[in-house]
Design a binder for this molecule. Structure first.
Ligand SMILES: *[C@@H]1O[C@H](CO)[C@@H](O)[C@H](O)[C@H]1NC(C)=O
Ligand SMILES: *[C@@H]1O[C@H](CO)[C@@H](O)[C@H](O)[C@H]1NC(C)=O
Ligand SMILES: *[C@@H]1O[C@H](CO)[C@@H](O)[C@H](O)[C@H]1NC(C)=O
Ligand SMILES: *[C@@H]1O[C@H](CO)[C@@H](O)[C@H](O)[C@H]1NC(C)=O
Ligand SMILES: *[C@@H]1O[C@H](CO)[C@@H](O)[C@H](O)[C@H]1NC(C)=O
Ligand SMILES: *[C@@H]1O[C@H](CO)[C@@H](O)[C@H](O)[C@H]1NC(C)=O
Ligand SMILES: *[C@@H]1O[C@H](CO)[C@@H](O)[C@H](O)[C@H]1NC(C)=O
Ligand SMILES: *[C@@H]1O[C@H](CO)[C@@H](O)[C@H](O)[C@H]1NC(C)=O
Ligand SMILES: CC(=O)N[C@H]1CO[C@H](CO)[C@@H](O)[C@@H]1O
Length: 651
């Protein structure tokens, strides 16, 4: 063993002699995790509101909180109107007390129209497709409303519709409409306009909403292009509804499942943890629907009893031990809503929302990164309080501890390990899980290359505010992440799965880079990152068992894992090459395959390690597919050069 390692490092330095001669066996491996590649989601960088959630109107319901008070922004007055936020005596609902009063301004000329306009989430895409809109109005009005999509620059109207008023004095009344543009606007610099003729005075408006067609036409659904992009990743889980985003910055603002369900008028929204208010338009039901649409397992995070910034916006606030039971009950109610039969209180609530069938839920995570926010109370009572209640009621649920270590752990539980690093660090971590304590499974709930390599190959990432982040993932990062996740794949006996994080950013409203997928208001300009393509290739090729192998060389510059579908000779071999100038020859002898057997080799690479996918750019990731035939002795031979990521499948 020692000699072999020494040999390999010597030949590595010599730069030429390294060849990976590998013999792979079709039995004796560990069963691989069916969850291996998944997606991590939270509303960061407007990835939910203004992101995958298809709602086009920004600030549709003037939702406010102590942290982010209600605002009129980005609404603007149209036609000499005066806009004022009001809490009317009759609110639209308990959840949405604040509305906008649209009144004639000082210079209003009788007979004219007034209204309000919204620029969307940094633009609105207008194409020939049906848009569904709605708004609520309060006041007396017998005329018509006009709803329009128009160019912000030229005021050219792309689509317009008149809606007969159904207003009743002293009551909130909902109005629905459709807009059907005949042509596509040349850009996304468009606005939504709602107007009326204020002959009988002012009106109040609330919950003004406009949706383009959504994925599978789900009402209140997601952007179809981004969902298709996720589907193409073949993800097996969705970690939701967030990491930090579930926790809440200040006291009282945790993610409350029961205030994210039902009609939009019953959702107050809440201050998210990433600098903006969340509408909660994507709520618990939408998240679970999203999992079903992707055929992915939910990994549901429940609040673990800590507010990130406490009361004073400075120190975390932990719920004291004697009060934690209240919040454990909240989590239990949520699980009953998801899993309980229709005769239970919350199972009945689920059924009343049109979903009598319970959802599937096998994984629950208690909190997020509690080792950073408040490790002591987590280890001493918070984890245990949630664990004990959930495990007693649902013994088959795997309960995930958020600390990434074994400080808070129990039967049928796992840990969630996170890592943000530079490429060179990930490249050293192929063996990270080889020596892990195997008493509990590990989820890699978040990982990403976030900063570039430096002169010092082992330099850790810096969290200093000024430290330059990669604006977009680059190829050397994707290769290094692949070394890390191949290391996870070969430790399939303990690693449940891995999800890159964060999943998404709206490039016009971003506070964390890099991200897996970037987008703007224009659905034609979604950007799938270099890391996305690497994960897509790895995720598309699954196998039931890891396959044992022997080799005459150690790992590096080549890193690889072999798998096989149990009881067959269908092998999958995944490899990548890092930090070498010489291509690496591979000669692989798969047990049970003979001369003439066939395989397909798919290789990804990019022009350089620093290549990245950017808005309006071409995809830098090039894919080549080659057919291979086994030579004498059943050996498949091929070469991989630096930064190739390859998958060989036999058939
Ligand atoms: C690796 O395999 C190739 C082709 O089978 C062979 O030529 C070479 O000698 C082998 N290298 C070692 C170190 O066994
Ligand atoms: C299976 O797991 C054990 C550790 O539990 C490990 O030693 C062994 O190498 C694994 N086998 C394969 C083929 O991955
Ligand atoms: C509406 O009520 C909320 C909660 O009491 C308050 O914070 C907010 O300032 C009020 N808004 C207006 C416009 O009065
Ligand atoms: C959104 O970001 C892109 C890329 O930086 C930029 O070109 C565009 O002007 C931005 N749009 C708005 C509305 O800010
Ligand atoms: C949601 O549940 C919490 C208790 O867990 C409760 O305080 C709150 O009033 C509930 N909200 C609604 C709208 O029922
Ligand atoms: C928390 O755990 C993660 C692993 O999940 C680790 O990367 C990080 O350094 C830990 N942080 C602290 C403060 O212990
Ligand atoms: C790359 O390889 C060289 C030797 O060829 C070595 O000195 C260097 O440390 C390696 N860098 C990394 C990040 O592994
Ligand atoms: C693994 O971790 C468990 C739980 O902390 C501990 O009881 C056990 O001793 C550890 N095993 C090893 C081999 O360190
Ligand atoms: C456009 C937008 O919402 N930008 C915000 C992103 O988040 C940061 C805080 O993390 C805010 O400062 C930005 O205003």
């Amino acid at each position: 063993m020692l000699t072999r390692k020494l040999l390999s490092s010597l030949s590595f330095l010599a730069g030429a002699a390294y060849a990976a001669n590998i013999t792979v066996s079709n039995h004796g491996g560990n069963s691989s995790s069916p969850l291996m590649y998944g997606i991590m989601f939270e509303d960061i960088n407007h990835s939910g509101d203004g992101g995958i959630y298809a709602e086009l109107i920004q600030n549709r319901a003037f939702q406010g909180s102590t942290e982010f008070p209600s605002t009129i922004d980005p609404w603007e007055a149209v036609g000499n109107a005066k806009l004022t936020l009001q809490n009317t005596t009759v609110p639209l609902s308990w959840a949405l007390p604040t509305s906008v009063q649209v009144a004639p301004g000082n210079n209003f000329a009788s007979g004219g129209s007034i209204g309000l306009q919204n620029p969307g989430w940094w633009g609105i895409s207008v194409t020939p497709q049906p848009y569904s809109g709605s708004f609520w109005a309060l006041g007396s009005y017998h005329g018509k409303f006009t709803a329009k999509l128009q160019s912000a620059k030229s005021s050219h109207v792309w689509a317009s519709v008149e809606i007969k008023s159904k207003c009743q004095k002293g009551e909130w009344v909902e109005h629905k409409f459709h807009l059907n543009p005949r042509v596509a606007a040349p850009d996304t610099d468009n606005i939504f306009v709602l107007e009326f003729q204020p002959d009988q005075g002012s009106l109040n408006f609330n919950l003004i909403s406009l949706f383009p067609p959504t994925y599978k036409n789900s009402p209140n659904g997601n952007r179809p292009g981004l969902m298709a992009g996720l589907k193409d990743l073949n993800p097996s889980f969705l970690r939701m509804p967030g990491g930090n985003n579930i926790e809440g910055d200040i006291f009282g603002y945790r993610w409350k499942w029961n205030e994210t369900i039902g009609p939009l008028s019953q959702r107050p929204g809440r201050p998210g943890t990433w600098g903006y208010a969340n509408t909660d338009g994507i709520g618990l039901v939408e998240y679970l629907q999203w999992c079903e649409d992707l055929d992915a397992e939910p990994i549901l995070a429940v609040w673990s009893g800590v507010y990130l910034n406490g009361y004073d916006n400075d120190n975390p606030y932990d719920i004291p031990e004697e009060e934690i039971g209240l919040y454990v009950q909240e989590a239990m109610d949520e699980l009953e809503f998801i899993l309980g039969d229709v005769h239970t209180k919350f199972g009945a609530l689920r059924a009343s929302l049109g979903h009598p069938r319970p959802w599937k839920l096998n994984y629950v995570e208690i909190g997020n990164e509690d080792n950073i926010s408040s490790p002591l109370s987590y280890a001493s009572y918070r984890f245990k309080a949630f664990y004990d209640a959930i495990h007693a009621a649902y013994p088959s649920i795997v309960i995930i501890s958020s600390t990434g270590d074994l400080k808070a752990i129990a039967d049928n539980s796992a840990t969630d390990y996170h890592e943000y690093a530079r490429p060179n660090i990930f490249a050293t971590q192929f063996g990270l899980f080889d020596n892990a304590n195997r008493s509990h499974p590990i989820l890699i709930g978040e990982y990403a290359t976030i900063e570039p390599n430096t002169e010092n190959p082992l330099e850790p990432v810096s969290w200093d505010a000024g430290e330059p982040r990669l604006p977009y993932p680059n190829w050397v990062g994707a290769v290094a992440e692949t070394i890390f996740t191949l290391g996870a794949e070969r430790n399939a006996d303990i690693v449940i799965g891995a999800s890159y994080a964060p999943g998404f950013q709206n490039i016009n409203g971003s506070q964390w880079a890099p991200d897996l997928v970037s987008f703007s208001a224009d659905p034609a300009k979604d950007v799938y990152s270099t890391s996305y393509y690497a994960i897509q290739l790895l995720s598309a090729h699954r196998y039931t068992h890891t396959a044992p192998f022997t080799s005459d060389e150690g790992f590096g510059p080549a890193f690889y894992v072999a798998g096989v579908n149990h009881g067959t000779n269908q092998y999958t071999f995944k490899a990548t090459v890092y930090n070498t100038t010489s291509p690496v020859p591979f000669n692989i002898d798969f047990e049970g395959l003979h001369q003439g057997a066939k395989a397909t080799l798919t290789v990804l690479n990019a022009p350089s390690g620093l290549s990245e996918n950017v808005p309006n750019g071409e995809n830098v990731v090039k894919r080549t597919t080659t057919s291979l035939t086994a030579q004498k002795g059943g050996v498949f031979s091929f070469q991989l050069k630096e930064y190739d990521i390859a998958v060989l499948t036999t058939f």
